[in-house]
Design a protein around this ligand. Structure first.
Ligand SMILES: Nc1ncnc2c1ncn2[C@@H]1O[C@H](COP(=O)(O)OP(=O)(O)OP(=O)(O)O)[C@@H](O)[C@H]1O
Ligand SMILES: [Mg+2]
Length: 305
C-alpha cells in the first residue's frame, strides 16, 4: 500500500528552537487523520514541509510516493492545503481567485467544479465580490475552496474552522466528509477536539516537535480512562465488594449516587447483577465515555517536553 503522506524522521530548527525533533508518520490513502497538539507543537511547520513551502533540515516527506523536494511539481499537484494564515489578493473577486488558482494547476476550464465548490461552501452569492470585502470567516471559506480547485487526492486543512461560525463548520465538515468518502485522504489540525473526535479515524499528537501519541481515535479514547458508570440507587446501596470499582471508594457503600470505573464493558453486567442480588434497587444508570479532551490533557501532561 502506498502512503498518502509518508514522513520519515523530519527535523527542523529555527535557530536554537527545535520545531520538529525527528517526526515519522505515515498517513494511509483514504484516511481521515487528525494532527493535534498545543500551540507551537510544530503542526504548521510539518504541514509547510509537506506542502514544500518550508524545507526540513533532514528527513524525507513524500505525497503518494512523490518526494516533496525532488518531485515537487507532482507532489504539490496531488496536495490541497488550507493554510492557517489568511493570505489572499484583495483585488480579485472570489471567482477570479479560484480561476487563478486553477490556472496554477493548468486547469483552464474548471468553472463547473468551481461552482460546485462555491455552492458547498456557501460562497455562490459572493462569487463576484472582491476578496477585501469579505468577512474573516468568508475569506477562510475561499481558502478552503482554493485548496480544492484541482480536486487533489490528499487534502490538508490547518485549522480550517478557526473563527468560523457553527453553520459553516457543519457545512464544511459535511463537504469534507463527502470528499473523504469519495476516496480523498484528509489531514486535519484543529483545537476543537470534539471535531477531531467526531471526524478522524486516527489521530497523531505532537508536543514540542515530537509525536507523543499515534493511534485510532477509538483506541486513544479507550486507552486512557475507560468509561464511567453512574449509578443512582432507589433502595439500598453499593455492595461493599464493589467498592474497589468506585472512583471515590470513601463512603461509596453509603451514597445514593456513585460513580464507578469501567475498565471493560464486561464488568457492566457483573456490577448490575451483583447490585440486584444484594437487594439494592437501581433508579438510574448512566454511562459516560472519556472524551478526546480528557485524553489530550492526560497525554500532554504525561509527555515530557
Ligand atoms: N518562521 C519561523 N521562524 C522562527 N520560529 C518559527 C517559525 N515558524 C515557526 N516557528 C516556531 O516553531 C514552533 C512550531 O510552530 P508551529 O507554527 O509549527 O506550531 P503549531 O503547532 O502550528 O501551533 P499553533 O497551534 O499555534 O498553530 C513554534 O515555537 C514557533 O514559534
Ligand atoms: Mg499552526
Amino acid at each position: 500500500m502506498s502512503a498518502a503522506i509518508r514522513i520519515q524522521n523530519v527535523r527542523k530548527r529555527y535557530g536554537a528552537l527545535e520545531a520538529l525533533a525527528g517526526v515519522s508518520l505515515e498517513i494511509g490513502e483514504g484516511e481521515f487523520f487528525g494532527l493535534l497538539g498545543p500551540n507551537g507543537a510544530g503542526k504548521t511547520t510539518l504541514i509547510s514541509i509537506i506542502a514544500g513551502i518550508t524545507r526540513a533540515d533532514s528527513g524525507r516527506v513524500a505525497v503518494l510516493g512523490h518526494d516533496v523536494i525532488t518531485d515537487y511539481r507532482m507532489s504539490r499537484k496531488l496536495l490541497g492545503v488550507v493554510p492557517q494564515e489568511l493570505v489572499f489578493d484583495p483585488f480579485f473577486t472570489v471567482r477570479e481567485t479560484l480561476r487563478i488558482q486553477s490556472g496554477y494547476f493548468g486547469l483552464t476550464r474548471n468553472d463547473a467544479w468551481i461552482d460546485e465548490v462555491m455552492f458547498h461552501l456557501d460562497l455562490t452569492n459572493k462569487a463576484n465580490v472582491n476578496m477585501r470585502a469579505l468577512s474573516g470567516g468568508m475569506k477562510r471559506r475561499v481558502l478552503v475552496a482554493q485548496a480544492l480547485v484541482h480536486k487533489p487526492p490528499v487534502i490538508v486543512l490547518d485549522e480550517p474552522t478557526a473563527g468560523v461560525d457553527v453553520e459553516l463548520r457543519q457545512t464544511l465538515w459535511k463537504f469534507v466528509r463527502r470528499l473523504n468518502q469519495e476516496g480523498h485522504t484528509v489531514v486535519l489540525t484543529t483545537h476543537y477536539l470534539e471535531e477531531a473526535e467526531a471526524l478522524c479515524q486516527r489521530i497523531g499528537m505532537l508536543k514540542a516537535g515530537r509525536v507523543v501519541a499515534l493511534d485510532s481515535t477509538a483506541a486513544l479514547l479507550a486507552r486512557i480512562s475507560g468509561r464511567q458508570l453512574l449509578l443512582t440507587f432507589r433502595e439500598g446501596h453499593l455492595p461493599a465488594d464493589l467498592e474497589p470499582y468506585a472512583v471515590d471508594p470513601e463512603g461509596a457503600a453509603r451514597a445514593r449516587k456513585v460513580t464507578l470505573r469501567l475498565h471493560e464493558m464486561a464488568n457492566l453486567e457483573m456490577i448490575l447483577a451483583r447490585c440486584r442480588t444484594s437487594g439494592a434497587v437501581i433508579e438510574d444508570v448512566e454511562l459516560q465515555g472519556a472524551d478526546l479532551e480528557d485524553v489530550f490533557v492526560q497525554i500532554m501532561q504525561g509527555a515530557s517536553a
